[in-house]
Design a protein around this ligand. Structure first.
Ligand code: NDP
Ligand code: 2IT
Length: 449
């Protein structure tokens, strides 16, 4: 196991996030390797950590002043053992190969847990949509798709949104794909409702993360009713996490963006959430503006001199990290424990560093790792693909029910696998082993390809 981690580090020394994601999985799957000696002789780990294909391309575009910019575009086609590559696109200045490989690697196991036939992929660009006009975003998306269209398709690779890619970007990307291919197909998910999108897809990741939390609490005969919750982020995942928490009677006191965070001691309500959604989705503004309307709330800007995030240092019952990777370091994890947090459900991908996860597990928190807790988004993407293939659409109620059933099933699968492999209640072991076994058994069935 150490040798596979070393191999990954030696091959690509700078891809820190990828090393972290591989280590987290590899360190937990030993029992499955011991029970299945054929995994080792088939060099299954060596095969899993190597993407099936990496596409890297130039994305030139022109801003509103006529100046030319060049960004980098990526698509990592990680693993297609159980279905077409599936996973989001991220547009953020921090995007690089290592970050997308970590996300694609996580996606492989996450998608395996959803019960739906989807392989794993991820892509994106170091383009920053912040502060760009709609026309600039459109020209960027068109340029991005004018290269990516060669490699994707409804039975090959189906991208979707992630950080910086929402309904607007998916629209521009879809328009360009359709023009180039002269085909109206379900090549992207997260589409608009009147052109092939699915109800509940925008809500799915946040709702799913809360459903997963409710399932974890139910194992201790508890519910979310009256629980005080810390949420980070203020984008797609955070907004619908807050919405579902309010529906279930919980109290939400924080949210954030990359500039700072809001502490609203009285808790959000529907009106405040509507304001936040308008602020982020329509005005594309910063969370700080929330305090101009709700003057009792406190805004704290990010302080680079601090070695912890004060958002995670409030008394509460549950935490829903929903912004980005490594947003909870070891000190934050310890602060959460000290403040009485009993549950962490990860809406974001890999938001907790490995030392932080160990702190959660040592303190017996209910800890739902991202690849299980945030799988609701890609699950409803899978349902969007089914609806596109059948040329029909399920109702909101049907989709919400399916999402709930999928989250229940993921929870049960993780719990059963944790039990079977001697780590009862450890959802990290459960999720990693259950996802791993499903994918590698499919790989073995399909031969050395
Ligand atoms: P959005 O772009 O809608 O929102 C992202 C939020 O996170 C914003 O509030 C953003 O703040 C904040 N953020 C982003 N990068 C950083 C950073 N480097 N430091 C601090 N804050 C940051 O993205 P989503 O809500 O879709 O994604 C959030 C997380 O959920 C990501 O980890 C994503 O991979 C994961 N996820 C998303 C799914 C989906 O369906 N969308 C599915 C499963 C997981 P700012 O506005 O300042 O950038
Ligand atoms: O990380 C994720 O699961 C996503 N960004 C959603 C992927 C998808 O294909 O819906």
């Amino acid at each position: 196991m150490n040798s596979i981690i070393q191999l990954v580090k030696d091959k690509d020394p700078v891809e820190r996030e990828f090393h972290q994601a591989v280590s987290e999985v590899v360190e937990t799957i030993q029992p499955a390797l011991d029970q299945n000696p054929e995994y080792r002789s088939a060099k299954i780990l060596e095969r899993l950590v190597e993407p099936e294909r990496v596409i890297l391309f130039r994305v030139p575009w022109m801003d509103d002043q006529g100046e030319i910019h060049v960004n980098r575009g990526f698509r990592i086609e990680m693993n297609s053992a159980i279905g077409p590559y599936k996973g989001g696109l991220r547009f953020h200045p921090s995007v690089n190969l290592g970050i997308l490989k970590f996300l694609a690697f996580e996606q492989v196991f996450k998608n395996a847990l959803t019960t739906l036939p989807m392989g794993g992929g991820k892509g994106g660009s170091d383009f920053d949509p912040k502060g760009k006009s709609d026309n600039e975003v459109m020209r960027f998306c068109q340029s991005f798709m004018s290269e990516l269209f060669r490699y994707i398709g409804p039975d090959t690779d189906v991208p979707a949104g992630d950080i910086g890619v929402g309904a607007r970007e998916i629209g521009y990307l879809f328009g360009m794909y359709k023009k180039l291919r002269n085909e109206f197909t379900g090549v992207l998910t997260g589409k608009g409702l009147n052109w092939g999108g699915s109800l509940i897809r925008p809500e799915a990741t946040g709702y799913g993360s809360v459903y997963f939390a409710a399932e974890m609490l139910a194992t201790r005969d508890d519910t979310l009713q009256s629980k005080t919750c810390l949420v980070s982020g203020s984008g797609n995942v955070a907004q619908y996490t807050i919405e579902k928490l309010l529906d279930l009677g919980a109290k939400v006191v924080t949210f954030s963006d990359s500039s700072g965070y809001i502490f609203d001691e009285a808790g959000l309500d529907r009106e405040k959430l509507d304001f936040l959604m308008m602020l982020k989705n329509v005005r594309r503004g910063r969370v700080q503006k929330y305090c101009e309307k709700y003057t009792d709330a406190v805004y704290t800007p990010v302080d680079p001199a601090l070695d912890y995030n004060p958002l995670w240092n409030h008394k509460a019952d549950c935490a829903f990290p929903s912004a980005t990777q490594n947003e909870i370091n070891a000190k934050d994890a310890q602060n959460l424990v000290n403040n009485g947090i009993g549950l962490v459900s990860e809406g974001a991908n890999m938001p907790t560093v490995i030392e932080g996860i160990d702190i959660f597990l040592d303190n017996k928190l209910l800890y739902g790792p991202g690849k299980a807790a945030n799988a609701g988004g890609v699950s409803v993407s899978g349902l969007e693909m089914s609806q596109n293939s059948m040329r029909m659409a399920w109702t909101r109620e049907e989709l919400d029910e399916r999402l709930k059933m999928i989250m229940k099933s993921i929870h049960k699968t993780c719990l059963e696998a944790s039990d079977q492999y001697g780590a009862t209640g450890n959802y990290v072991v459960g999720a990693n082993i259950a996802g791993f076994v499903k994918v590698v058994d499919a790989m073995l069935d399909q031969g050395l390809v």
